[in-house]
Design a protein around this ligand. Structure first.
Ligand SMILES: NC(=O)c1ccc[n+]([C@@H]2O[C@H](COP(=O)([O-])OP(=O)(O)OC[C@H]3O[C@@H](n4cnc5c(N)ncnc54)[C@H](O)[C@@H]3O)[C@@H](O)[C@H]2O)c1
Length: 417
């Protein structure tokens, strides 16, 4: 077990700077290398390090291939644009450094295989930093699923539903990668905030796997309408033909018979939601409306047309995952309600201990592949598309993940005593 680890960050936009700043608040983490293709972002990141941790001598890079070569680095955190995640993570693994990638979808199935091969050839772990896997509600639900509270699972819904019209249409001014993705692609570009927690509940790659999907995209109007309102009808942004459908719906089938419905929904005015819905034979949870019910616990009132349900937020203290109870006692910190902190710690604890990460390369490949497969299905009029088995059969009988407080395949209550 290492006392301290040395980390490099690649990609210093809003997310990279935010996550790097959070890492700098951890005494056992030294951010000694930062990289971006934009020099001003590198300088800004070095300033943040100087301010927060003056004892660290950090170096800036324009080329990630130089950064990963540093012999003193233990890990590389990739917070770049989506299309560079796998390339940079692969370079890190091949240089012998633990790799962590921010969330995003793959550009091709080959890209996912390259990640898997890099891991299998080097033995160096790669984790997707899917922070929503450590959200308070998602963790409570995972614990409930592991206790079989909802009975056998049948179907789950999830979404990335976030009004991002301003960020997307203003992408050229902000130097933000989403612009080109929405201009040129059409599919579920951002599946993992919902799919990661769902995959954990369904034991994907551990006795279960995604087998096929079909995707359908609506017409594209929202971004154009927004650009006309914000910039004026004669502005060049109002003349862009956006390819991404306003709402993309994807249905995924699993080997054990469950179905998943995902929605990508960033181009219309709306209220933020990940729209998580868990359906088992003996209970259900529904994020929108903050409701859940468990057969047996909820009486069906005489004469009513539906069973009585409970407010999930009110019951959370008694439903909390032990990791969250422990986190609350220690003092919740970090963005997005604390899950940014937990996902970083999950990665860094694995690096320090030299163990496998709780979200591994097979998870990253399977979750990321949904984007490119959804594009293929949309392009072919919603034809079903097979999801590759990135484990090459290991999913059938893989052993348990390393025992850890951050484990997502099981809940280890004894580690919280
Ligand atoms: N988990 C979350 O809650 C969350 C929240 C926000 C963003 N994100 C993810 O974080 C990532 C970054 O998002 P952002 O909003 O900061 O984007 P951004 O476009 O503002 O920043 C990305 C940065 O990566 C840099 N980059 C691209 N290619 C590079 C290369 N080859 N070498 C070095 N640097 C390179 C870009 O120059 C840019 O500065 C995305 O994957 C996004 O999905 C996650």
């Amino acid at each position: 077990m290492k006392d301290k680890i040395r980390v490099g960050y690649v990609g210093l936009g809003g997310r990279g700077k935010g996550q790097m700043s959070l890492s700098l608040e951890m005494d056992d983490i030294e951010v000694v290398a930062v990289c971006d293709v934009y020099d001003d972002r590198v300088r800004e990141a070095l300033d943040i390090i100087r301010q927060k941790r003056p004892e660290i001598e950090a170096q800036g890079y324009a080329d990630y291939r130089e950064l990963v070569k540093r012999p003193d680095l233990d890990a590389v955190v990739v917070t770049s644009s989506w299309q560079m995640h796998a390339r940079i993570a692969e370079a890190a693994m091949r240089a012998g450094k633990y790799a962590a990638m921010e969330v995003g979808g793959a550009s091709s199935v080959e890209e996912c295989w390259r990640l898997v091969r890099a891991y299998e050839e080097t033995g160096v772990p790669c984790m997707m930093l899917e922070n929503c896997c450590y959200g308070r509600e998602e963790l409570a639900l995972l614990d409930m699923v592991k206790k079989n509270t909802f009975g056998e699972l049948i179907h789950l819904d999830g979404a990335y539903a976030h009004d991002l019209r301003d960020e997307i249409t203003g992408g050229l001014i902000r130097r933000h990668y989403r612009f080109r993705n929405f201009q040129r692609r059409n599919g579920d570009l951002y599946p993992t905030h919902a799919l990661g927690p769902i995959a954990n509940m369904l034991n994907i790659n551990r006795g279960n796997r995604f087998t096929m999907l079909t995707s359908m995209a609506s017409k594209s109007r929202g971004l154009h309408d927004f650009a006309v309102q914000k910039y004026g009808v004669d502005h060049e942004y109002a003349k862009i033909n956006w390819n991404e459908g306003d709402i993309v719906t994807t249905l995924i089938k699993c080997a054990n018979g469950e179905t998943i419905r995902l929605r990508h929904d960033d181009c219309l005015t709306r209220i933020y939601s990940r729209e998580l819905c868990v359906r088992g034979v003996r209970g259900m949870y529904q994020e929108d409306g903050d409701r859940y019910l468990i057969e047996g616990e909820n009486p069906w009132p005489e004469g009513s047309w539906e069973p009585k349900w409970m407010k999930f937020s009110e019951d959370l203290p008694k439903r909390d995952h032990p990791l969250w109870k422990w986190f609350q006692q220690a003092g919740v910190k970090g963005g997005h309600g604390g899950m940014d902190f937990l996902v970083q710690r999950a990665f860094f604890e694995a690096v320090k201990a030299g163990t496998q990460t709780p979200i591994d390369v097979y998870d990253a490949a399977a979750w990321m592949s949904i984007t490119t497969l959804s594009e293929q299905s949309v392009a072919m009029g919603s034809l079903p598309v097979p999801v590759p088995d990135f484990t090459n059969g290991l999913w059938l009988d893989r052993g348990p993940d390393p025992k850890s407080r951050y484990a997502l395949d099981a809940v280890h209550y004894d580690l919280f005593d």
